[in-house]
Design a protein around this ligand. Structure first.
Ligand SMILES: Cc1cc2nc3c(=O)[nH]c(=O)nc-3n(C[C@H](O)[C@H](O)[C@H](O)COP(=O)(O)OP(=O)(O)OC[C@H]3O[C@@H](n4cnc5c(N)ncnc54)[C@H](O)[C@@H]3O)c2cc1C
Length: 289
């Protein structure tokens, strides 16, 4: 497995190296997924473009709107422990706290996680619910923002082009009064990858009980992460209580296409998904008030 190691210090250098190496070059962020893929011969890149020295790709900063901009190379652990994230987006702090083990959280990066797009991942469902934007720059220098809802396109596939470097993830503040919750379920150890990973955001109307807006992000269940728009619409105007939530979900999850893998069968996932969604909505609803 011979390859050239190309450490870079700036985004411009990373893009220049991507242009030079084309299909042969692979961005190396935390290397958690990439090293496994290389050892198992799924990838045999001609060059590894190491972006760990690119300062502008790391860190979390507040944006002018009161949201956050997270550098694509920011490790999971930094997001998990950031006071800014804990204050603005506690959902993200909780989600990243639950990814794998502390060793993996120290190495793995938010960009690597969402680009790898393994269905058994936690951050994508949360980023869908927070309506994040993925900021990408191509080797020609053009920048674009990809809405989270358009980022994951297929099994292990994203909308990121071969000539694009993910530079940041931007998140705007949530609407007033919106509360979030997260549930992951594993069948083996707590640190296992999730067979279901749900993030939810809900806001209530003036009575504090009726759903004004609901957002549900689903991960781990299907090949592609997505928002459950039909269920979200069905919840609007309903009471945020067990029976009403079950009723709203019952008619809207018929199009689920659950995976069968080492963690669970499709029929198992089909059965547990509505239960975990309802519990997660109830958890978020308890925070309203
Ligand atoms: C044992 C184990 C347990 C795990 N458990 C969980 C879990 O519970 N929950 C969970 O969500 N995840 C889990 N993971 C997945 C882990 O979080 C990801 O593998 C990790 O986040 C990948 O990040 P990385 O920075 O190491 O990416 P890398 O391996 O460096 O890169 C992954 C891919 O993204 C590309 N890439 C990376 N950054 C960029 C960029 N800025 N621009 C363009 N392309 C880029 C790379 O070229 C590569 O194709 C687990 C992994 C392992 C090995």
């Amino acid at each position: 497995m011979a390859f050239e190691y190309v450490p870079v210090k700036t985004v411009e250098d990373a893009l220049a190296a991507m242009k030079k190496w084309g299909d042969e070059g692979k961005i190396y962020a935390g290397g958690v997924a990439l090293s496994i893929l290389m050892k198992s011969n799924v990838f045999q890149p001609g060059a590894l473009i190491d972006i760990s020295g690119v300062e502008e790709l790391s860190g979390i900063e507040e944006t002018g709107t009161g949201g956050v901009r997270i550098g694509a190379r920011t490790p999971h652990r930094e997001i998990e422990t950031s006071p800014l994230i804990a204050g603005r987006f506690p959902l993200l702090a909780e989600v990243f706290h639950n990814v794998a083990t502390i060793r993996i959280r120290n190495a793995g990066t938010i960009g690597g996680n969402i680009i790898f797009a393994e269905p058994a991942s936690d951050p994508p469902a949360a980023l869908l619910v927070l309506e994040a934007r993925m900021i990408a720059r191509n080797t020609g220098g053009a920048e674009r923002a990809i809405p989270a809802s358009e980022f994951w396109t297929d099994y292990y596939e994203t909308a990121l082009e071969e000539d694009e470097l993910l530079t940041a993830i931007e998140i705007d503040p949530l609407p007033e009064g919106m509360r979030t919750a997260y549930t992951r379920f594993t069948t083996r150890s707590k640190e296992d990858k999730p067979l279901i990973s749900i993030s939810v955001a809900v806001a209530a109307g003036d009575d504090g009980k009726t759903c004004r807006e609901a957002r549900i992000g689903l991960g781990g269940v299907e090949a592609v992460f997505r928002r459950l728009r039909a269920a979200e619409e069905a919840l609007q105007g309903k009471e945020l209580a067990r029976e009403a939530i079950d009723e709203a979900l019952a008619g809207t999850l018929g199009d689920l296409e659950p995976l069968t893998d080492i963690r669970a069968s499709d029929s198992y996932r089909r059965q547990v998904t509505p239960v975990f969604i309802r519990r997660t909505i109830e958890k978020a609803a308890r925070l309203i008030g």
